[in-house]
Design a protein around this ligand. Structure first.
Ligand SMILES: Cc1cc2nc3c(=O)[nH]c(=O)nc-3n(C[C@H](O)[C@H](O)[C@H](O)COP(=O)(O)OP(=O)(O)OC[C@H]3O[C@@H](n4cnc5c(N)ncnc54)[C@H](O)[C@@H]3O)c2cc1C
Length: 380
């Protein structure tokens, strides 16, 4: 008899959801985290995350995000907390940009409702956007904002209410998979379980070094700004959607003013980083680079408030890893990041639960297997 049915390593966006779904399904489950989530040391802090359905990355993600919406709503009801607010979402770029073309493709493939706008319509509808004449937009009313800290806190509370055990402030140092169970060694001792889910975010690689996964951890900075003239009504969430904007030389995204200024950030372009030695200082040049973008595309004068440093854990193709360890069938690996994994976490947690319970997941997970990398293939 093992200590637990399943141990979840890492209780951030993904792990907290897996822990909840496993406990709800009646599994004896232990969750372990080196910190006390929600915290600021991984990939899930900073007050807001975009959720959208017209998924420019690939239509494959649409059924997954639709399931995620359903599960976030369910958790809102169960917890009586606000986890999501609908603002609409605008994807801006040239008609043939990756962002615009990809969003339309996903919307068309899955029959999603969207509006295709030219530059004049964009500016008339949302006067603070200053698009160039050749810019178009894909507007999706269903898009909005998830509140990551509240999502994680809620999932952990719901999990514990269903009997999950949490060990926080305890780091897993290594795993020893045996034929029918796995030993999980931590700074405090050893636990055993039938199956283990490794959802350690930027630290994943350290726990499965034998796979030599081609992951790159990138330092990402998010910024908050006021703007000269104070908090204009036009940046209020009722009137200003979340957006992603692809220009000739960059891609950036942002949120309406939720009461503490405009949050803006570049998508990708972060420097490679070590999660144990992340540079959390933000240089003046980093602030001025994003200030230039705000001046150019919104015609307002930004006043810097604060910044936060976070990490993307990128795969070479920017698709997730959700798969079993190629050598150890009782170890499940989840790396749903590449800078876009939060919105899916509720669905990912359910998928991981079904995998751990040897049940069908109901989703095509082929794009997320490890055998697409040499690392996985060599060892399988
Ligand atoms: C700046 C930024 C903006 C983003 N914007 C969006 C967005 O708008 N929409 C979106 O969908 N996604 C977005 N993402 C991506 C999304 O936030 C991530 O995909 C998601 O948070 C990753 O969750 P995770 O569970 O993999 O990692 P985390 O939430 O970081 O969780 C990993 C956990 O593992 C724990 N851990 C690590 N090692 C160990 C160990 N050895 N022992 C025990 N515990 C351990 C850590 O303490 C941590 O709590 C963004 C990411 C960043 C950084």
């Amino acid at each position: 008899m093992q200590d637990y049915d399943v141990i979840v390593i890492g209780l951030g966006a993904t792990g907290s959801q897996a822990l909840y779904q496993l406990a709800k399904a009646g599994q004896r489950v232990l969750g372990i985290d080196r910190y006390t989530p929600p915290h600021i040391y991984g990939s899930s802090h900073g007050q807001s995350r975009i959720i959208r359905q017209a998924y420019y990355e690939s239509p494959v993600y649409v059924p997954l995000v639709q399931e995620a919406y359903r599960l976030w709503q369910e958790q809102e009801r169960l917890s009586n907390r606000t986890l999501f607010t609908q603002t609409g979402g605008l994807m801006l770029g040239a008609p043939d940009s990756i962002l615009v073309k990809g969003s339309r493709r996903s919307a068309e493939t899955h029959g999603l409702t969207y509006e295709y706008m030219n530059a004049d319509t964009i500016h008339a509808r949302f006067p603070v956007f200053h698009p160039t004449p050749d810019t178009v937009g894909v507007f999706e009313a269903a898009a909005g904002i998830l509140f990551p800290e509240a999502c994680i806190e809620t999932a952990l509370q719901l999990a514990q209410a269903h009997g999950a055990v949490c060990k926080l402030g305890e780091a897993v140092t290594s795993l020893t998979p045996q034929r029918n169970y796995v030993e999980v060694h931590t700074s405090n001792g050893t636990y055993t379980a039938r199956q283990v889910i490794v959802s350690a975010g930027a630290w994943l690689d350290q726990l499965v070094p034998e796979l030599a996964l081609p992951l790159t951890v990138a330092r990402q900075v998010v910024f908050w700004f006021d703007h000269a003239g104070g908090r204009l009504q036009s940046f209020h969430p009722d009137q200003f959607p979340i957006y992603i904007w692809e220009t000739e030389d960059t891609m950036f995204y942002g949120f309406p003013d939720l009461g503490n200024g405009l949050k803006v950030a570049f998508h990708h372009y972060g420097q490679p980083a070590d999660p144990d030695n992340l540079n959390r200082q933000v240089a003046p040049q980093e602030v001025s680079a994003i200030e230039g973008v705000i001046r150019k595309h919104f015609g307002v004068d930004p006043i810097f408030r604060e910044a936060a440093v976070c990490m993307y854990t990128n795969t070479p193709d920017m698709d997730f890893i959700i798969d079993r360890h190629p050598l150890h069938n009782n170890v499940i690996i989840a790396s749903p990041c590449s800078g876009h994994g939060f919105k899916f976490a509720s669905a990912t947690g359910k998928i991981l639960t079904n995998m751990a319970m040897n049940q069908p997941t109901g989703f095509d997970l082929t794009p997320f297997t490890m055998d697409r990398f040499d690392a996985g293939r060599k060892r399988a």
